[in-house]
Design a protein around this ligand. Structure first.
Ligand SMILES: C[S@@+](CC[C@H](N)C(=O)[O-])C[C@H]1O[C@@H](n2cnc3c(N)ncnc32)[C@H](O)[C@@H]1O
Length: 232
């Protein structure tokens, strides 16, 4: 990775290479929509409550196959879907030509035009280690218009380290039986072992430090977190 703004990016992670090997695999991506278990209507109504509308510029970071961005395109003034995976974006592009699809990530996306009033990200930020989550959240803060809203959904562990064995085992016990139905035990084990989901009590100070006020918080099952954050 080269220089940006006079800063060497040699020590930045390569977001495409670290996007998760499965997300770069066209065969896996072709079956992704079923796996992701997105409740699209619920996701859209949350976004509508927080500013999605005909005057809104909306950015979805880590948009994957573009389910949310494509659906939002009918309701917003401008929608940008951003993901570092070419395979994800190829599928997304086929879904809608009303969205601007950009190959980039949290650390590399440069927005042009009016700043967004609404930024969304679901199940993507855990691809970055905590140091980089801090950098990414600072970038999201700078990206948003003043008073704008970040709807951030991710797997974040809402329990104490001493409870981790029990809580993770409880989660794994409810895994899908086959990869076609959802995330299997093996896939969830890989998530815990190799990806960068962190504790809520580490993540929430990162949000606050970046300048976000958490206005809504829900952590389903102690793992599936939704934060609605206002940019100060
Ligand atoms: C589990 S998928 C979620 C996709 C979609 N948001 C959804 O909810 O179905 C994770 C997505 O994050 C993307 N991703 C990985 N690293 C990223 C990064 N550094 N910046 C932005 N997106 C990233 C992957 O390419 C993948 O599309």
């Amino acid at each position: 990775m080269g220089d940006r703004g006079g800063v060497s990016r040699a020590w930045y992670p390569n977001e495409r290479a670290n996007a998760g090997p499965e997300h770069l695999d066209a065969e896996y991506v072709a079956g992704y929509d079923v796996k992701t278990q997105l409740e699209l209507e619920d996701a859209l109504s949350l976004l509508r409550r927080h500013g999605l509308g005909s005057g809104t510029t909306f950015v979805d970071l880590g948009c994957g196959t573009g389910l949310v961005a494509a659906a939002a395109a009918g309701e917003a003034r401008r929608v940008v879907g951003v993901d570092p995976s070419p395979a994800m974006l190829e599928l997304a592009r086929g879904r809608s030509d009303a969205v601007e699809w950009i190959e980039a990530g949290f650390l590399t996306y440069d927005h042009a035009g009016d700043p967004p009033r609404l930024v969304h990200s679901r199940h993507a930020l855990h691809h970055l280690a905590d140091f980089w989550k801090g950098v990414a959240l600072a970038r999201l803060h700078d990206l948003l218009a003043p008073g704008g809203v970040l709807v951030l959904r991710d797997l974040v562990y809402d329990f104490e380290p001493g409870d981790a064995d029990r809580r993770i085992e409880e989660w794994l016990a409810g895994a899908a039986r086959t990869p076609a139905e959802g995330w299997t035990r093996g896939e969830l084990e890989t998530h815990v072992c190799s990806e960068h989901s962190t504790f809520t009590w580490l993540f929430e100070p990162l949000l606050a430090h970046a300048g976000f006020e958490i206005v809504e918080r829900d952590v389903r099952g102690g793992i599936y977190a939704t934060y609605v954050c206002r940019r100060s």
